[in-house]
Structure formats: C-alpha cells, structure tokens
Design a protein around this ligand. Structure first.
Ligand SMILES: Nc1nc2c(ncn2[C@@H]2O[C@H](COP(=O)(O)OP(=O)(O)O)[C@@H](O)[C@H]2O)c(=O)[nH]1
Ligand SMILES: [Mg+2]
Length: 337
C-alpha cells in the first residue's frame, strides 16, 4: 500500500515505492498520484540533455551541490531523475553516475532516481512526467531530468522541463553534437562544458553560429492577420534568447554563473506568462496522450478480430481506402457507396 500522505510528508521510502509503482504502471501508483496531483506545480523542472560523455551527470551533481549549499538563503531541496538508455542495474554509465553523485549521498535534501528507458509501460515521456509529478508533490524545489539527447523520445522528455539545458563539450568528434540530434532548438541555455579542454573556442563559435540560424535577429509573425516584422533586439523583454555558458563540471567552474542564468530564466518565465503557457502545454500533451491511449484501448476491446481482419483485407484489395476503413471500423459511415 502506498501512502500519499507519507509522500507529502517527505518519507523517502514512500516516494521510492511510488516511483517503482509508476514505472510498473500499477493501479495503486496511479491512485496515489491522483491524490497527490493537487500538490504539484511548485517545483522548477530543469531538463539536462546532450550527447553521452558531455558531462551532464557531473553538471547536475555540481548544480545540486550549489542549491544545497547556497552562498545566501535557505538550501533548496533537489530531486534528480536520470533517464538512461542502458539498464539501470547493469549499465556502466549509471554506475559511473552513482559514483559521481557520492558528494550528495547521505543528504536528506537530495533524492536521486535512475530509470531505464526500455520496458517502461505506456512510454518513456509519460512515465517520466508521472515520476516528476510525484517528486514535485513530495516537496522538491528543483527537479533535474537528465536525458541522453539522442532522439525523439529524449526531445519529448525535454519538453517536460521549464528550463532546458543542452550540454555540449569540445572535442567529441563533431564541433556541435546537438545539431545532429535536433535538440539545439529546445535549449534555453547552452552549456559548453569541459571548457578546460582544447577546442573550446571553436566549439563556442560553432554554437554561436547555430544560435544565429535558429534565432535570427528579425522575427516575423502574424499579427491580426497581418505580417509583422520586428528585430528581436527590441523585444528582448518578451523573448528569451538562448545564451551560452562555459563550465568545468569537474572543478565547479562556471556553476554559480549557470545557476544565475537558470534563475534569470525562471524570472523570465514568470514575468512573460511563459510559465503558465508551458504548464498548459505540458498538461495538455499528457491529457491528449492519455486520452488517445484510453480511446484506443476501448476501441480494441470493442472490435472483434474478425471484423478488423475483414476490413483490413478489403483495404489490401483496394476495395476501400484507408479513410473508409477507419469509418468502417468506427462505424461512422457507409463505405460501400
Ligand atoms: N576535463 C573535464 N572532464 C569532465 C568535465 N565534466 C565532466 N567530465 C568528465 O567527463 C566524463 C563524462 O562525464 P558524465 O558527467 O558522466 O557525462 P554524461 O554522460 O553526459 O552524464 C567523466 O569522466 C567526467 O569526469 C569537465 O568540465 N572537464
Ligand atoms: Mg550521465
């Protein structure tokens, strides 16, 4: 039995159990989440993505330490979800992460969870969204979501975040890894980590070039049906222009500046209304995904295999079109005309 109340009170074991239940897609996990949902919406979700080996885990480690030991003010509570493509039990990367995370081990204000991207029921992004909600309800102020920036699934997860850091490092073969994966466009802050390594200047030049392409100085949009054109320099007030921050995660260099940039982005989100917009987009995406899955399941349960196979045969014989097949299977229209 998972106690939602215990999760709310900060019971780590209860949260662990809930996260496991969510990963398994169990009904009791869902029930606890239903009870907890009204307590979500408080945390700042920070996505950290980029190619393997760029230093994402080291960076999260340093940022978490920064939030736990602030120069002034109260320490923030930090949760970390590491979504790794390899198995959490045998994957070398996760073992490495555990070792580097040791600075945070034993700190009650830090909660770290690794999850496997394979074998999660209902898809990686919805499972991650639920896990983040559980951590949010448990009262963590900052939630890091670390993903390997490698494809569509990772981009979907990155869209869960309020603030997305895309991590690059010089000398990984290509100048800019994120271009290939198409994740540069989701960056709110570009972190050029391993700034102690050779090639950092050319990597920064390449990143700046890409930012220019992605965020041209002229911004064209439709305003009351008319094409309007403004220079983004005039509208920095309502537009966030991604910035580049150099860091050396192994030394902690640039971390305070990065945390400052994250705080500025948070302020921007709040002041511009973007915070609500992102929250809405996130919840609407989840709603539509759940609705789609539910309707599909109902349709499957209500449709005998013979009926489906018969319609499929007619489709393959070119007697009916795909659209007519859908009508037939949902009994919405005549297709024999
Ligand atoms: N020289 C240097 N090495 C770093 C830096 N940040 C991380 N590393 C090293 O790079 C390797 C990969 O780091 P990791 O955080 O696991 O990368 P991830 O795969 O992106 O999570 C590790 O050996 C780190 O010690 C840095 O700023 N400079
Ligand atoms: Mg890592």
């Amino acid at each position: 039995m998972i106690s939602a109340q215990s999760v709310l009170e900060g019971d780590r074991l209860a949260l662990s159990r809930l996260l496991t239940a969510i990963e398994r897609g169990s009904a009791e996990g869902q029930e606890a989440l239903n009870a907890l949902f009204k307590h979500t919406g408080q945390a700042q979700l920070i996505g950290v993505t980029g190619a393997p080996g760029t230093g994402k885990s080291s960076l999260v480690n340093q940022l978490a330490l920064h939030y736990r030991h602030p120069a002034s003010g109260e320490p923030l509570r930090v949760a970390i979800v590491a979504v790794d493509p390899s198995s959490p039990f045998t994957g070398g990367a996760v073992m490495g992460d555990r070792i580097r995370m040791r600075d945070l081990a034993g700190d009650e204000g830090v909660f770290i969870r690794s999850m496997a991207s394979r074998g999660s029921l209902g898809g990686l992004a919805p499972t991650t969204a639920s896990m983040v909600q559980a951590m949010d309800a448990a009262g963590y102020d900052i939630i890091f979501i670390e993903t390997v920036g490698a494809g569509q699934a990772e981009v979907e997860i990155a869209k869960l975040a309020d603030t997305t850091l895309v991590v690059e490092a010089p000398g990984l073969g290509d100048d800019v890894q994120a271009i290939k994966a198409g994740i540069l466009e989701i960056a709110d802050i570009l972190v050029l980590n391993k700034a102690d390594r050779p090639g950092v200047d050319s990597a920064e030049r390449a990143l700046k070039g890409m930012l220019q392409l992605g965020h041209p100085v002229e911004h064209v949009f439709m305003h009351h049906g008319k094409k309007a054109q403004v220079a983004t320099h005039d509208t920095v007030g309502d537009l966030w222009l991604p910035l580049i921050q150099r860091t050396v995660s192994t030394e902690g260099q640039g971390i305070a500046e990065l945390a400052e940039a994250i705080a500025r982005h948070r302020a921007y989100l709040r002041e511009s209304g973007e915070w609500e917009r992102r929250d809405r987009a996130r919840l609407e995406t989840e709603l539509i995904a759940l609705l789609g899955a539910q309707l599909m399941a109902r349709w499957q349960a209500a449709t005998p295999d013979e009926v489906y196979n018969e319609v499929l045969t007619q489709l393959l014989d070119r007697q009916i079109s795909p659209s007519q097949a859908v009508n037939a299977l949902t009994r919405q229209g005549e297709y024999s005309a």
